[in-house]
Design a protein around this ligand. Structure first.
Ligand code: ATP
Ligand code: MG
Length: 735
């Protein structure tokens, strides 16, 4: 039975099935749980599950929600519980012909987008120092999020040099994607809105299908997501949105806090239910989080209480350096773990991915298993992207970007000139590159050296496409790997680097096997979609016993018994920009609230009085958020934790009454970091290795470096013997 574990207010919210409903409540009050139980309740009440649409923030959250619902009411495959992107993708797959796409369209990720814009800049002779690809892409994305096309942009802005450049790149970018039968992430949302606008019958069909709509984390919806939901709910208004204005942390990516604040204006008949009991955190953690968020203005008034005990006070450690901070965190994990904890009970949540490196080192040193959920995804590696490009071409023969990526990968003697020649033919014939190359007449124009290699490649891709209903995804992958000559080229290269790449390609095959095992009807289209839509947090496997490292942003909605928030320094958290604008400061403060409220039992805050980040070493001032935090909630001992070794900076007092680190070599004189005389740290990115270093390899375990030649290291492993490894590619860590 559903609803059993809910409290009275939660139950009331779950049973309020008809009409618009806003569940507005602070962190850990059971918003997501209530939404989940509500779905189960509706199905128990006889509402067919295909009438239900529930939108979550991550695929992982969607998966958890679905399994909980199915636990209560049995399997319901036809219920849509998914992210905005997955929802739009599914609708577009069925209907995109209406807006001029072939149903096999592919999705371009950030790297693909950058490649396209860079090509456009080159073609149009625009100086990429003046207008960089990331800058232009962020502008284009901002407009797309507001449903503004390139032409609409031109009509709306003042006509000057800058807007002319932006328009011409924007326009060319739109054309290129369309030509390649590709969409970026913004397009998934935008094109769904366009689809609904262009074909009322389709919109009507979905309005009838989705009689009951729910959206979790509503405070972080952007304009276009808001518009989509409004369109879908228009007829019946059976819309339940769930959120917390204090947790809106994606304004920098277009989230609009007004969507939640104005819900009652949009739907005057809306009921509002506020949940006030927090089930997640002990009293001190809750009170601490509140003492910080209270400093934001313009909040919806919300109370939050807990009947849990006060729990431990909040610990705070003022470290000397970022290394010392990491050492402390690892030491604390060892200490607390000794009591009654698993490694997976601990999370280290930082402001930027760049902070993770020192924690990784310190954890390795103590043999603590960990998992980093970071921006650089496994799928972003070159060899994986190459194979994905081949696979995309199997799905979508119009994908010129992918074809250009792999036409000379492995080397087939196809230089830029030859590619441009083929492009010329393709343009004249109104075909894609792959289509043009599938014609013997065009192939014949290639130089002798390129002819057979390209012909093989084209035949292999086309064969895989024709046979894709009869082949397993892993067979297609094998075919592409072997018949395009990709594998052979790596084997022939016989370098340590190539060996690493081969290992990664094998690893990717196990990803495919996993997928084939889990999917109902495994197919290459679905597999490609899964990989593309995967977000960082989706990689988080709570069953694996390892400490979790991730950004505070990606920790939204999650919870852990012990949470570390390192780097509480002005300029890092809150970031520099927050000091220029109160809006930005408030967004950082909400992020702090999100971070703190992930903790169930223990919250440990840290800062470093000297920090080297992005190669700059600076003295720091303790975070404004520390100053705002109610001092009575702090563990008195922890404030005065003493340094024990190795910084050479003397003892710091770690008090944050007033300004930090009174005994630091140099006092602070401005809000900004005071620049220290210390030299930039040159090896900030890659780890430096030297002969004689002890290292650990992810697979071979511990070993000793005995030789170093350029980018190749020779390591003798205790168990696996002598191996050659590529620096920067092999998963090696210094011990
Ligand atoms: P966030 O704002 O961080 O997304 P939330 O409001 O969605 O949080 P949930 O994640 O649903 O909160 O719940 C927080 C914790 O409280 C979970 O561990 C959940 O199982 C528990 N919980 C929720 N409601 C109850 C209840 N009525 N009784 C006991 N535990 C509950
Ligand atoms: Mg939640």
């Amino acid at each position: 039975m559903s609803l059993e574990r809910l409290n009275e207010k939660q139950r009331r919210a779950a049973m309020q099935v008809e009409g618009p409903l806003l569940i507005l409540a602070g962190a850990g009050s059971g918003k997501t749980s209530t939404m989940t139980e509500r779905i189960a309740y509706m199905i128990e009440q006889g509402i067919p599950s295909y009438h239900i649409l529930a939108v979550t923030f991550t695929n992982k959250a969607a998966g958890e929600m679905r399994s909980r619902v199915e636990e209560l009411v049995g399997r319901c495959d036809d219920m849509w519980i998914m992210t905005f992107h997955a929802m739009c993708l599914r609708m577009l797959r069925y209907n995109c012909e209406v807006i001029g796409y072939d149903h096999n369209f592919v999705i371009y990720d950030g790297t693909d987008q950058k490649t396209i814009v860079k090509n456009i800049l080159k073609e149009q002779g625009i100086n990429d120092k003046e207008f960089s690809a990331p800058y232009l892409l962020s502008i284009i994305s901002d407009y797309k999020e507001k449903a503004v096309s390139a032409d609409e942009y031109r009509d709306a802005v003042e006509d000057n040099y800058k807007t002319k450049v932006i328009y011409s790149v924007f326009k060319a970018y739109e054309d290129e994607l369309k030509k390649n039968n590709a969409m970026d992430f913004d397009d998934l949302l935008l094109n769904t809105v366009r689809l609904f606008e262009q074909d009322e019958a389709i919109l009507l069909r979905y309005q009838r299908k989705f009689q009951y709509i729910m959206v979790d984390e509503y405070q972080d919806t952007n304009h276009i997501q808001y518009k989509l939901i409004k369109m879908l709910a228009e007829g019946h208004h059976n819309l339940c949105v769930v959120g917390d204005d204090d947790q809106c942390i994606y304004q920098w990516r277009g989230a609009d806090i007004r969507n939640i604040l104005d819900f009652e204006k949009d739907f005057p008949e809306a009921k509002v239910i506020k949940l006030e009991q927090n089930y997640r955190s002990v009293g001190n953690i809750l009170a601490a989080a509140h003492s910080v968020i209270e400093n934001n203005r313009g909040r919806k008034g919300k109370k939050l209480w807990t009947d849990r005990e006060d729990g431990d006070k909040i610990k705070y450690y003022r470290a000397d350096t970022e290394k010392d901070e990491a050492r402390y965190v690892a030491q604390e994990i060892d200490l607390l773990k000794g009591r009654d904890k698993k490694y997976s009970d601990f999370a280290i949540l930082y402001r930027t991915n760049a902070q993770s490196r020192h924690f990784e080192e310190a954890l390795t040193q103590r043999d603590i298993p960990y998992r980093v959920l970071s921006g650089l995804r496994y799928y972003d590696r070159k060899e994986i992207k190459d194979m994905m490009a081949y696979m995309r071409l199997v799905v979508n023969p119009y994908d010129d970007l992918s074809l250009r990526r792999v036409i000379n990968e492995p080397k087939r003697g196809m230089g830029d000139k030859s590619v441009e020649k083929i492009q010329g033919f393709a343009n004249v014939r109104g075909e894609s590159l792959l289509q043009a190359l599938s014609d013997e007449e065009v192939l014949d124009t290639l130089p002798g050296k390129a002819y057979s290699g390209v012909k093989n490649m084209v035949e292999c891709i086309n064969l895989c496409r024709d046979e894709r209903d009869n082949l397993r995804v892993s067979d297609i992958y094998d075919n592409l790997l072997v018949k395009t000559g990709y594998m052979k080229a790596l084997e022939d290269a016989n370098t340590v680097e190539a060996e690493g790449r081969i290992e990664n390609l094998m690893e990717f095959k196990s990803v495919i096997y996993d997928y084939e095992e889990q999917a109902d009807k495994p197919n290459i289209e679905e597999f490609m979609e899964k990989i593309t839509l995967m977000a960082e947090v989706d990689n988080h496997d709570a069953n694996q016993d390892a400490v979790v490292l991730m950004t505070m942003h990606s920790a939204k909605g999650l919870e852990f018994p012990v949470v570390f928030l390192p780097g509480l320094e002005d300029g890092l958290f809150p970031g520099h920009k927050a000091f220029d604008s109160s809006d930005k400061m408030e967004e950082e403060r909400r992020l702090c609230y999100v971070g703190m409220t992930r903790a169930k039992e223990t919250l440990i805050l840290c800062s470093a009085s000297v920090r080297t980040l992005y190669g700059r070493t600076e003295y720091t001032r303790e975070s404004q958020f520390l100053r705002e935090l109610d001092k009575r909630l702090l563990d008195g001992d922890a404030v005065y934790v003493r340094k024990t070794r190795d910084s050479g900076l003397g003892v710091s007092t770690g008090s944050f009454d007033g300004f930090a680190a009174k005994e630091s070599p140099k006092p602070y004189d401005s809000l900004r970091y005071a620049k220290a005389a210390t030299k930039a740290n040159a090896s900030a990115g890659d780890e430096e290795f030297a002969v004689g270093d002890k290292v650990r390899h992810a697979k071979f375990g511990e070993g000793l470096i005995i030789d170093q030649d350029g980018k190749t290291l020779t390591v003798i492993f205790d168990a696996a013997g002598q191996k050659k490894m590529a620096k920067g590619i092999a998963p090696l860590k210094k011990l």
